[in-house]
Design a protein around this ligand. Structure first.
Ligand SMILES: Cc1ncc(CO)c(N)n1
Length: 226
C-alpha cells in the first residue's frame, strides 16, 4: 500500500505520471532492493548524496525564511534538523566503514547532475514563493519515503543495502513525510485555495515534474559512476 502524504502530494504525484515511475522504479532503486547494485555505484551515489543533503538543508532553511506561519517554520526547521542530524549519519557511517572520512565527503566535487538538481530547487525558492519551493522539494522527501516503504516489503533478504532501505522506511523518516505533506496541504489552502481550480496549479506541477526528472538524473549519475 502507498503511504498517504496528503492530497497536494497525491495530486502532484499523479500529475508527474510516467516520470514518477521512472524515478521511484529506476534500475538503481531496483538494484538496492535486489542487492545487485554494484558497490562502486552505491558509494559514488552516497558521496554525491552527502553533498546533495548539505544543499538540500540550505533549501529547507530557505523554507524557514519564506514561511508565513510558525507552523510552517517548525516543519521546515524540523526537516533541516532531520537531514543534518539524522539522515546524513547514514552517509557518514557507511562511508567511514569504507575508509572515506567526513572531511573528504564535505570536500567531494559535485557531479553536474547533483549541481543541477540542488541549484534548481534553491532557485525555485529564491525566484518563487513558499509554494514554488515546496513543489520542488516534495519529490525528494516523499519519493524516498515511498521507495523505502516499498523496498522494505519487497527487498531480497540478503541485500547489503538493508541499512539504506531501513533509513527511509523508518517511522521517523515516514513521520517527516507525513508532516511535510500535511503542512503543504495547509500552505496551499492558505495561499491559493483549492489546487484543482487555482491558476498557479500548472506552474507548481511544472516545478514538481522538473524536480522529479532531476531525481531520475541523480540515480542515473549513480549508475554511471560504477
Ligand atoms: C537525491 C536525493 N533525493 C532525496 C533524498 C531524500 O532526502 C536524498 N537523500 N537524495
Amino acid at each position: 500500500m502507498l503511504p498517504d502524504y496528503g492530497k497536494t502530494f497525491a495530486r502532484w504525484r499523479a500529475g508527474a505520471a510516467g516520470q514518477w515511475h521512472d524515478y521511484t522504479r529506476h534500475p538503481f532503486v531496483e538494484g538496492l532492493g535486489a542487492g545487485t547494485l554494484p558497490r562502486t555505484a552505491f558509494l559514488h551515489y552516497l558521496i554525491q548524496d552527502y553533498v546533495f543533503l548539505t544543499h538540500f538543508s540550505r533549501a529547507w532553511s530557505l523554507g524557514v525564511v519564506k514561511s508565513e506561519t510558525l507552523e510552517e517554520m517548525k516543519i521546515c526547521a524540523g526537516t533541516v534538523n532531520a537531514l543534518v542530524n539524522h539522515e546524513m549519519q547514514l552517509h557518514v557511517k557507511t562511508c567511514a566503514a569504507e575508509g572515506i572520512d567526513e572531511d573528504s565527503l564535505f570536500a567531494a566535487t559535485e557531479a553536474v547532475e547533483n549541481l543541477a538538481y540542488t541549484r534548481y530547487v534553491m532557485d525555485a525558492g529564491l525566484q518563487g514563493d513558499f509554494l514554488d519551493l515546496m513543489a520542488a522539494l516534495a519529490p525528494c522527501v516523499m519519493g524516498y519515503g515511498e521507495i523505502g516503504v516499498r523496498l522494505k516489503g519487497s527487498k531480497s533478504s540478503d541485500t547489503p543495502y538493508a541499512d539504506w532501505i531501513a533509513t527511509y522506511a523508518d517511522p521517523e523518516y515516514q513521520a517527516v513525510c507525513t508532516s511535510v505533506g500535511a503542512m503543504i496541504d495547509t500552505a496551499v489552502a492558505r495561499r491559493i485555495g483549492d489546487l484543482a481550480h487555482a491558476p498557479r496549479a500548472s506552474g507548481l506541477q511544472d516545478r514538481f515534474n522538473m524536480a522529479t526528472k532531476l531525481e531520475v538524473g541523480f540515480w542515473q549519475m549513480g549508475l554511471n559512476g560504477q
